[in-house]
Ligand binder design. Structure first.
Ligand code: SF4
Length: 345
């Protein structure tokens, strides 16, 4: 753990629609982001990770509705319940203290505005004391920060490559020196070489500027390298949460184990790729009991009836949590879920 909590999410619930037509998209999600840390949110498409992130930042659009929970942001000079905050308080925090890098730069950037106008937009709104020349200099500085030369300042988005557009998005997120940056699959649409370059630069910027990151991806292998802690989501719930290293060395939830067995090993002996049979359930027709039970090779009778509570793991000093009946008293853990942890990656 690298610092004090900066973002604390407790029992957050999000529905799409209300009443009989409502569908629960996120159920009782709890997690803590610490200063300077990267918290990874992983899971298959439709698991609720983006919904969770948009709910945290109050960027969720109708018919999305937050139906329960707390989100506390404790910044340099403000401590705020984000779910109770009014428009003025949210405006103070957004972008200047919590910013977001969206998934598709091509869609997030305004196609008819030049890069300099888009970069200086937030400065015009939040730093009214700055002159036009100061804003221009800040835009140049930001482009330089993300490895783009000054002569791109007057370009339109379509004149840039996909990697450059995503870099511009990152520069825009950093324009007001935020303390938390939420990144929703920021490099998914890019080729692996560009993706790797951008992520390496991003981690250097994080260390240099000191912001914390919530990094959302379906690619757990990426998070193993980037994140300090990881939360694994499935069907709207966090099923396992803990330090990235421990989670990689010894997953304690069958779904995490399945995800880890779905990609080739980067280090060590993990060689057999197995994948996870079946597909994630529709949120409108969740299985009874543990929503992972139709795909789980270790399902018990009880798993078909009751959803397991999220609980600390017995004998675990790393603070890991898992929601699985296998960890209830009296059950022997299957060998793949009982591996010792603690060795270096
Ligand atoms: Fe599998 Fe049961 Fe654990 Fe769910 S609660 S992951 S079905 S063993």
């Amino acid at each position: 753990m690298t610092g004090d909590p900066i973002l604390e999410v407790r029992d957050l619930c999000v529905d799409y629609g209300l009443g009989a037509d409502g569908v629960r998209a996120v159920t009782d999600a709890s997690m803590v982001l610490r200063r300077g840390e990267v918290l990874g949110l992983a899971g298959e498409s439709g698991s609720g990770k983006s919904t969770l992130a948009y709910a945290i930042t109050r960027l969720l659009r109708a018919p999305g509705v937050i139906t329960g929970g707390d989100v506390r942001f404790t910044g340099r000079d403000v401590s705020l319940d984000l779910l109770a905050a009014g428009p003025a308080e949210l405006r103070r925090v957004r972008w200047s203290q919590i910013s977001v890098v969206f998934q598709s730069a091509m869609h997030a950037l305004n196609p008819v505005a030049r890069i300099d106008a888009q970069l200086t937009d937030a400065l015009r709104a939040h730093r009214r004391e700055m002159t036009a020349e100061q804003r221009r200099q800040r835009a140049i500085e930001l482009l330089d920060l993300v490895g783009i030369s000054e002569d791109r300042l007057r370009s339109y988005p379509h004149e840039l490559s996909g990697g450059m557009r995503q870099r511009v998005m990152i520069a825009m997120a950093l324009v007001l020196d935020p303390e938390v940056v939420i990144m929703d699959e920021p490099t998914t649409a890019l080729d692996v070489v560009t993706q790797r370059e951008i992520l390496n630069e991003l981690m250097l910027l994080k260390d240099r500027l000191g912001f914390a990151v919530v990094f959302i991806t379906h690619d757990l292998s990426l998070l193993i390298e980037l994140a300090d802690t990881i939360a694994i989501m499935y069907a709207g719930r966090i099923l396992e949460h803990g330090p990235a290293r421990e989670l990689f060395r010894g997953p304690r939830h069958p779904y995490t184990l399945g995800l880890l067995n779905s990609f080739p090993a980067l280090h060590g002996e993990r060689v057999r790729m197995e994948g996870i049979p079946g597909a994630p359930p529709s949120l409108t027709a969740l299985p009874t009991g543990c929503s992972f039970h139709p795909r789980c090779p270790y399902a018990l009778d009880r798993c078909h009836e009751e959803f397991p509570p999220t609980a600390a793991l017995a004998g675990d000093s790393a603070g890991r949590l898992a929601a699985c009946w296998l960890h209830a008293d009296g059950n022997d853990l299957p060998a793949p879920l009982a591996r010792p942890t603690g060795s270096a990656l």
